[in-house]
Ligand binder design. Structure first.
Ligand code: BGC
Length: 340
């Protein structure tokens, strides 16, 4: 009898505890506190899978990238992906099985090394220039991705689209992304889904994103490359930045205020809307002076953390590198700026 009573008491205790804990986490999302995700410090493996064919832009991903990234102190990877070059252009828009297997491998490497991973849709220009015409294809691509990865752990995150811009204006994006989100939710009711703000995920326009009313597993994302003249100095794909080669960022009061004001603006909006924030890209081109790259990276990272933004630096070993391919090691000052 005593044993039964003890068991009953114990179950009651556990039941109350469970109730208490669940109320607790529920209340945190309705009281203005921003919910936690497992994303903290991440790195973009750029110029690899978002190229038309992996390797076209110089990066073919190796298993060792994941172990190196983990050992470097990061806890997640953001993986930009080009799906449109690997799927049929007309209905049923089937994604190549061999390409899917390559992405499966990325998820399994991330899992093996204890890294969370974000998979996105990157450089899908038809979606940017002809949003409504392309929507059926976009939906079909996401339906396939979502169904294939429905059984993956919550450490796999979906990001609907990198940097909406051009004809994918705020209004159009606010109309379109919820339709894609519904498609994802058919097979992944609880997975965290990341939504980029309109106009290139700019910090200034993040507040134009209209958030869904009843979806607690949403993260809003913005990118930060200010000042562009400094971070993009000498990029080959945009001549206007050639004239800035050699420009420094030394962390003057005005330069710091600029970062702080932008991040405060985002943080206030996040609090009002009770939404976690991902700073999904920030970085400096390799041509910028190293000491300035280090100062800017350190300061932006620090401000992101002070505001509780998860962050992913752009990029691992391509144009804005933190890892030095030829020396086969991190740029130590840049790694310190991010992780120390
Ligand atoms: C683009 C890259 C570019 C980077 C910095 C990313 O969103 O996909 O191609 O290098 O931004 O401009």
């Amino acid at each position: 009898m005593k044993t039964i009573k003890t068991i009953l008491n114990l179950s009651f205790f556990l039941f109350t505890l469970a109730l208490f804990t669940s109320c607790d986490s529920d209340s945190s999302s309705s009281s203005g506190e921003v919910p936690e995700t497992s994303l903290k410090r991440g790195i973009n493996i750029g110029n690899a899978l978002e190229a038309p064919k992996e390797g076209d832009w110089g990066v073919v991903i190796q298993e060792s990238y994941f172990s190196t990234i983990k050992a470097g102190g990061f806890d997640f990877v953001r993986l930009p992906i080009n799906w449109h070059s690997h799927s049929l252009e007309s209905s049923p828009y089937t994604i190549d099985e061999s390409y899917f297997r390559r992405i499966d491998q990325m998820l399994s490497w991330a899992n093996k090394y204890g890294l969370s991973i974000i998979i996105d849709v990157h450089h899908f220009d038809d979606m940017i220039y002809y949003p409504y015409e392309t929507l059926p294809r976009f939906q079909a691509i996401w339906r396939q991705i979502a169904q294939r990865y429905a059984g993956q752990p919550y450490s796999v995150y979906f990001e609907i689209l990198n940097e909406p811009n051009a004809n994918l204006t705020s209004d159009v994006w606010n109309d379109i992304y919820p339709q894609v989100l519904s498609t994802i939710r058919e097979s992944n009711p609880d997975r965290w889904v990341i939504i980029d703000g309109p106009f290139w995920s700019n910090w200034q326009t993040l507040n134009e994103l209209r958030l869904p009313a009843n979806d607690p597993r949403i993260i809003a994302s913005f990118h930060y490359y200010n000042p562009m003249e400094f971070t993009h100095q000498g990029v080959e794909w945009d001549n206007q930045y050639n004239q800035y080669i050699g420009m420094t960022w030394t962390g003057t009061e005005a330069q710091k205020k600029d970062v702080e004001n932008s991040f405060n603006h985002v943080a206030n909006w996040a609090k009002e809307n009770n939404i976690p924030i991902l700073l999904g890209e920030f970085g400096t081109y390799y041509k910028a002076p190293m000491s300035s790259r280090v100062k800017w990276t350190q300061f932006v990272r620090q401000k992101a953390e002070e505001n509780n933004f998860s962050w992913a630096v752009w990029d691992f070993n391509a144009g804005f590198p933190i890892y030095n391919n030829s020396a086969q090691q991190w740029y130590p000052e840049l790694l310190d700026a991010l992780i120390k």
